[in-house]
Design a protein. Sequence first.
Length: 374
Amino acid sequence: MRTVVVSGVFCGIMLGLLGWSPVGHADGKGKKECKPRAPAAELELGGAVALTQAIDYQGQRWVLVADKVSKPDKLRLVSAQDEVIELGKPPSTVEPTHFMGRGQAFYAVGTARSQTPGKRDVIVLRWGTDPRPRLTTLWTVDVVDGKPRAAIRDEHMVVLFSEPGPDGKSHVMSGAIQLEEMRIEPVVDLGERTPDGFFDVVALPQGFSAGFEGGQGFMRASFDNHGKTKASASALLWSAPSAVRALWLCGEHTWMLHDAGKELALAKYEADGAVVEVAKLPSSKAEALPALCTEDGVALGYLRANAKDNTVMLSVATVDGRGKVRERPVRDIKGTLDDVREPQLLGTTEHPSAFWVEGKAAGTSAWLRQLTCE
């Protein structure tokens, strides 16, 4: 393992963080199946692993590892080659919720304790040439009831969060930031959000797209290249909407992962707003799954528990453009869903790897297994 300590400074390290794609770029021809090509290897990370997030860095997918869900003390980036980069600690008053990057800078959006009594700040952190992450307050609000999410395209960022509106209901708010000069636009109310409903934003080849669960169904909002809203949010043409777990861009399609009874379902929505169901996947956890583009489809990692023999299995499923699913086991051990957690897919489409965590507290261990997609 090669470790690089970065106290907020990415000195001489070119960041290839793509930011706009939570899934990563598709490259090469469409892949029919992803499967293990090497035994699982334990990583020497050291310390607790409470939260992970996949990001794009140096032209491939890495995993951001945090020692705490809220107010982390230790942040690390882990590559498919078992390289580890340590990042500077965020201020103790900040709760980062979503990480991304651009050029030679690395960003996190979140919330922080405001200097105005009874208020909360929506903030952005930037790791760059300063040895410490730079904190910028974006907006000060009464309450944040939905943690900020963001996407970057070129020098523009769109941030989403939610707060109670005058009607007492939660509302999804969006705001645009010009990153070079840190010009911050006023927030825009996109509409009512269902209680604890999903929301997220992705960067498109042109502009941005946001999706959220609203009072009229699953809503879509569009933004121009500068992050400004094009029109009012509109409902997708979805005959049987259910709870959405993830939203991402893959190729020219915007994909959704959503509930389907005891399973999870994969769908994509078209330019006219029509939702097209693609496939269903078995999973023991109703949450977002790690994903990696495969040109005309997507690879997904998921966990499934078997109570009869007390085992838990991590699998990778490759879904092609026609919805055919090919599943391969990656890890199968004795235990429960608490014993294998935080799965992620990293690397590239040509040379991907599966990352996961085993155990709890002091017994935590991180694992990596190389895959091949062909």
